[in-house]
Structures are given as structure tokens and as C-alpha cells.
Design a protein around this ligand. Structure first.
Ligand code: ADP
Ligand code: MG
Length: 254
């Protein structure tokens, strides 16, 4: 187990304490605790069935936890809130399936993709010079500038993922949750996605990345939590955590 000194010394953005989620006949999460700090890239990894998607869905308000707490900024309890409210409080996400509106352009997707309760927000964003500048900056930063006025439906899977990551950052969230950002992506584009996430992180974005792929997590993460059977298995910097014999056993053992 790592000591505190091996972790960046910044404020807690997301804290999860003893999270439990029961489905009929199975505890998908059986008391998971973790913390994500400002400007970190934290990887959450574990074999199939470990509880990663359930954790993601509990954080985003898709599932209501059976027990435990989820805190934003140490003080805001978001446990069991509606997704729209969680998003508004600063937790943004990009889905594994890279959902885009295929008939809208890349830039239209940057605003249309936003979670909101207020329909006028799309107009507001389009009419704001500041929002337009942010949109353009993000589209450039994820390498889609040349495709900015193309229909999103014409993009490759990897390009769609880059678009959803950029869109997730539009409203300057406290934290961006990414579910398997490189899954299903052409191997040529995987490095682009990794480099883009690192670049956005250097500019101040905090990421929580849920991933099955150890290599991706190893390259990206400042700190890693390994889940197994709905529980914390180990944690630490990737070099340490991913070499843990218990982790290798959980992944490759039988
Ligand atoms: P991972 O994403 O790490 O592969 P999941 O969170 O999808 O793991 O699943 C954890 C456990 O919870 C598995 O045993 C899975 O079958 C179960 N599970 C997940 N979602 C549901 C659900 N909606 N209903 C019942 N069981 C579920
Ligand atoms: Mg999953």
C-alpha cells in the first residue's frame, strides 16, 4: 500500500467511501473507496465483472448505490442524485460507445452533446463569444480542426471518441469520467487519444479513466485503483500497482 507522499498534493475532487451496489443475487460493488485529486489522471482497472461499469454508473447517477457515499470537493454529497444535476455540479463524461449526433457537424456536436435541463443552453452557448472560443480551442486541441464542419457520422471511431472527450470538457468540468477511451479504436489512433488526454491534463483537466487495458492505464495514469469482485484489490502508482502479484493473478490467473 502506497503512502500519501507518493500522491500529488492537491485538493480532493471526487471521493468515494464504502460504495455498495447490490443487484438481485450479486453485490456488483462491495465497499469500494477511492479518491481523485485535482489535475490527476486516475485509472480504475480490473478484470471483467470487477464492477467498473457499475462504479461509473453509480458516480454518474445512473444507478442508485445501495450504501456508501460519493462526494465532490470533499463537501458536496452527490450520492444518488439525478445525472443532470451531477453533470451540472461538474462531473462530465464520455461514453465507451462514443455517442455523437451523426447528422450534426463536429462543432455542432460540441454543444448539442451537452447534458442540460435547459433547452436554451444550446442557443446560449452558440451566442457566447467565450463559448465559441472554447469550442474552437478544444476542437483544435483534440486534432479535429480540419474536420470541424464535417458531419460527425463521417468520423472514424477514434475521431468520434476524441470529439466526445472534447465535448465533455466544454463546460469546464471539475472532473471528466472516461469509460474505456481506447476500446474499439483503430490501433493507429490509440496513441493520439492517449496523447490528447495527457495534453488536456497538462492544461488542467482532471480525469478518471475506467479501463480494461493495462497498457493504456499504465501509460496514462498518475495513480491506479485496481478493483476485483466489487472490492478494492490494490492501489498505487501504475508501476507498483500493476506489477502487484495479486493484480496479475486477478487478470491472468484462473
Ligand atoms: P465490469 O464493468 O468491471 O466488467 P460490471 O460493473 O459490469 O463489471 O459488473 C459487476 C458485476 O455486477 C457482474 O457480476 C455483473 O454481472 C453484475 N451486474 C452489472 N450490472 C448488472 C445489472 N444491471 N443487473 C444485474 N447484475 C449486474
Ligand atoms: Mg464494464
Amino acid at each position: 500500500m502506497m503512502t500519501e507522499t507518493q500522491r500529488v498534493n492537491s485538493e480532493s475532487v471526487l471521493e468515494i467511501d464504502g460504495l455498495r451496489k447490490e443487484f438481485p443475487g450479486v453485490a456488483a460493488l462491495d465497499g469500494v473507496s477511492l479518491e481523485i485529486r485535482e489535475r490527476e489522471i486516475v485509472g480504475i482497472i480490473g478484470p471483467n465483472g470487477a464492477g467498473k461499469s457499475t462504479l461509473f454508473n453509480c458516480i454518474m447517477g445512473v444507478h442508485e448505490p445501495t450504501d456508501g457515499e460519493i462526494y465532490l470537493d470533499k463537501k458536496t454529497d452527490i450520492t444518488g442524485e439525478f445525472t443532470s444535476r451531477i453533470v451540472r455540479k461538474g462531473v462530465s463524461r464520455a461514453f465507451q460507445q462514443a455517442r455523437v449526433f451523426p447528422g450534426l457537424t463536429v462543432r455542432e456536436n460540441m454543444v448539442a452533446n451537452q447534458d442540460h435541463e435547459d433547452e436554451n443552453i444550446v442557443t446560449t452557448l452558440f451566442n457566447s463569444a467565450e463559448a465559441t472560443e472554447r469550442m474552437n480551442d478544444l476542437v483544435r486541441q483534440v486534432g479535429l480542426w480540419d474536420l470541424r464542419d464535417r458531419k460527425a457520422g463521417e468520423l472514424s471511431t477514434g475521431q468520434k471518441k476524441l470529439l466526445t472527450i472534447a465535448a465533455a470538457l466544454m463546460q469546464n468540468p471539475e472532473i471528466v469520467m472516461l469509460d474505456e477511451p481506447t476500446a474499439g479504436v483503430n490501433p493507429n489512433l490509440v496513441d493520439d487519444i492517449i496523447d490528447t488526454i495527457i495534453d488536456l491534463n497538462h492544461d488542467g483537466a482532471t480525469f478518471c479513466i475506467i479501463e480494461h487495458d493495462m497498457d493504456v492505464i499504465h501509460t496514462l495514469s498518475d495513480y491506479v485503483y485496481v478493483l476485483n469482485n466489487g472490492m478494492n484489490l490494490t492501489e498505487g502508482p501504475p508501476d507498483v500497482a500493476l506489477d502487484d502479484p495479486d493484480v496479475l493473478e486477478a487478470y491472468f490467473g484462473e
